[in-house]
Structures are given as C-alpha cells and as structure tokens.
Design a protein. Structure first.
Length: 352
C-alpha cells in the first residue's frame, strides 16, 4: 500500500509541475517513441518515480504523443559501470546510472560525492547543482547529453561493538563500496573491506566486519538491524545518479520534444531528491524502532547522534585526506572546476 501512495504522490507532483507545459504544447508534439534504461529496478527511486514517470506521466502530459519503454539496467543483464559508455556509443539512447560506477573511468565522477563532503541532503543537492555545468561540458565531449541528477538515500554506518562516533572506527573492519569510502575509513584508522551487498549480513553476524556502509533504508530492507547494534546518524556520502541521453540521438529529437522532456525530467529528479530525504529518515526510524516508522517490523538499533567533535573530525579528514587524495588522481582541469564551483560552498580548495 505504501508503494502505491508514494507513486501517486510522485505522479501528482509531476503533473502539477508540468501541467502548464502540457496544456500549451502537447498538441504540437510530434509522435515520439523512446527507449530508456533506468536505474536499479528493485529500488524505490525506480519503482515509485522513474518507471511511472516514463510509462505514465510522460504519455499523459503529452497527450499520448511521447511514449517510452523502460527497464532497469539490472533487468537487462548490465552491471552498471558500462552504461555511460553505451550511452555515448548510442547503444543506449536514454539511461540512468550511479556516478560512483564510473569513478575508475575518470575521477570527475567522484567530485560531488566524496566521503564526508555533504553532511546533509541540502548540501548534497547544492554541490550537485553547482557542479552540473562541469559534468555537462565533460560528457558532451563523450557524446552524452546530461539531463539531470538525482540521489539515493544517505549512505550510513551500521556498526557492532563499541561505537559512539567517528573516532571509534579506529581499528575496526568496515565494509565499503567505493574508493572514497575506503579512503575515508582508512583516514580514521579503520580497515576497509570489500564485500558484496548480499554477503554483508553473515559478515556482520560472524565478525568478519565490525561495521558496514549502505543506505539507511537499504540496510533496513536487508535486515541489517538483526546483525548490528549501532546506527550512525551522519551521511558518509549519497551515491548520486546521472540521467542522460546519447547526444546524437538527442539532437535528432524535435526541439519541442527536447523542451518537453528537459522540463519534466527536472521535476522527476526533484521528486527523487525529496523521496531520498524521506527514506533517509525512515531508515533511521525503522532500524531503531522509532514510533514514526511506518513499516510493520521495527529494529532495535541504537541511533548514535554525531557530536560537534565528530563534525570537526569529519571536516579534518575530508579536507586533509579525502579531497587531497582525490585531487592527486584528478586532472588539473577537474581540480580547477572543483575549486571554481564547490570550494565557495565548502570553504576550502582542492590542491594538486
């Protein structure tokens, strides 16, 4: 039932945000059929917003003139890291993927989501919007049209044993899922361990790892609350998604269709940001058994609130270790783009 309610809310807001555009231009739109490769189909960003956006909202707002078929990339046998290359090659006309998947291709893909960079979703969105022109310029050179960015809920720490703040990561084995998370944990004296998501529960249960990082609600859905005791209420990072199209395919679309899609995709991505904020809090509530949790099963984890000392340590690790390490593996142009767009928000610069 909850999924249906969320979907209805998302569709309702999308319709409200684009009603004027639909009324004035739908009759002028040429018949257009699109093929879309969406995000992970088992996650709510796809189920509640992205899939209904393409299969219901876009056809309704266009009066049936613009229609689309969409499948999650995992349902197509894709792993994720190849998606942007396939978009650039024209194999995928429209697609969605997580920027962290392409960190090894080019460090620019890490710029807005370095561990510790955004302590809340408002800052994460502000950083993303500020750096968007740099991504547009970069991906245009790779035959990709950037259409927008969205995010997953906060990536947070689930821990066992003594854990009252960041300093307690020292000496602990921590499951991480990206290079920047690993560098963050190591900077705090912890040991980064790479384990597939599906193997984390037994790893926590058997002491193979002391802590693990994932989305607050993803951890709840996987029942990590049964095998860990402390949930740390500080986002480590966010895992932003990029929504994009093959540039050549985009240019072939009628300008009216381009305008129609660009305007409505902006509404869709805003909906995903809003949902990520709600789900982050719901993850905190449901893993710890708070009354606000709307799920039938409630965990009994302890919610660890970050202290002022934690926030100062976070800034120190980010500015002295995480960002400098990223700058070392980045081009001078990427570091310059970081400093021009993100440094005014962060209050410090990256140095090569």
């Amino acid at each position: 039932m909850k999924k249906i309610v969320l979907t209805s809310l998302a569709l309702g807001t999308l319709a409200l945000g684009s009603a004027a555009l639909a009324q004035t231009s739908a009759q002028d739109l040429p018949k257009t059929q699109l093929k879309v490769v969406g995000g992970l189909s088992n996650l709510t960003a796809y189920q509640n917003t992205e899939q209904p956006f393409w299969t219901k909202t876009i056809p309704e707002l266009s009066g049936g003139q613009v229609t689309a078929d969409i499948k999650g990339f995992n349902d197509m046998g894709l792993k994720g890291p190849e998606i942007m290359r396939l978009i650039g090659q024209g194999v995928i006309p429209f697609g969605t993927a997580t920027l962290a998947y392409f960190a090894s291709d080019n460090s620019i893909n890490e710029a807005i989501d370095l561990a510790g960079l955004a302590p809340d979703i408002a800052v994460a969105k502000k950083l993303t919007e500020a750096f968007t022109p740099a991504y547009e310029q970069f991906y245009e050179k790779n035959n990709v049209k950037v259409l927008g960015f969205s995010t997953y809920p906060a990536q947070v720490l689930f821990c066992n044993g003594n854990f009252n703040g960041l300093a307690d990561l020292k000496g602990k084995k921590v499951r991480t899922s990206s290079r920047t998370q690993a560098e963050f944990v190591q900077a705090l004296g912890g040991n980064s361990v790479t384990i597939p998501f599906g193997e984390v529960v037994p790893a926590l249960q058997n002491g193979v790892v002391d802590c693990a990082i994932t989305g607050s609600m993803s951890g709840y859905s996987a029942k990590w609350y049964e095998v860990s005791t402390n949930l740390y209420k500080m986002p480590i990072n966010w895992n932003q998604q990029i929504h994009a199209a093959n540039l050549s395919a985009w240019k072939k679309l009628d300008p009216k269709v381009q305008e129609f899609l660009a305007s409505n995709i902006k509404v869709m991505t805003n909906q995903i940001w809003d949902a990520a904020a709600r789900e982050t809090q719901e993850g905190y509530d449901c893993n710890t058994g708070a009354a606000a949790c709307s799920q039938p099963v409630k965990g009994k984890m302890k919610l660890v609130e970050p202290t002022e000392a934690d926030r100062e340590l976070l800034k120190k690790v980010m500015s002295e270790t995480v960002v400098p390490k990223w700058a070392e593996r980045s081009s001078a142009d990427t570091v310059a783009a970081f400093n021009a767009s993100l440094s005014p928000i962060l209050g410090f610069e990256a140095k090569k």
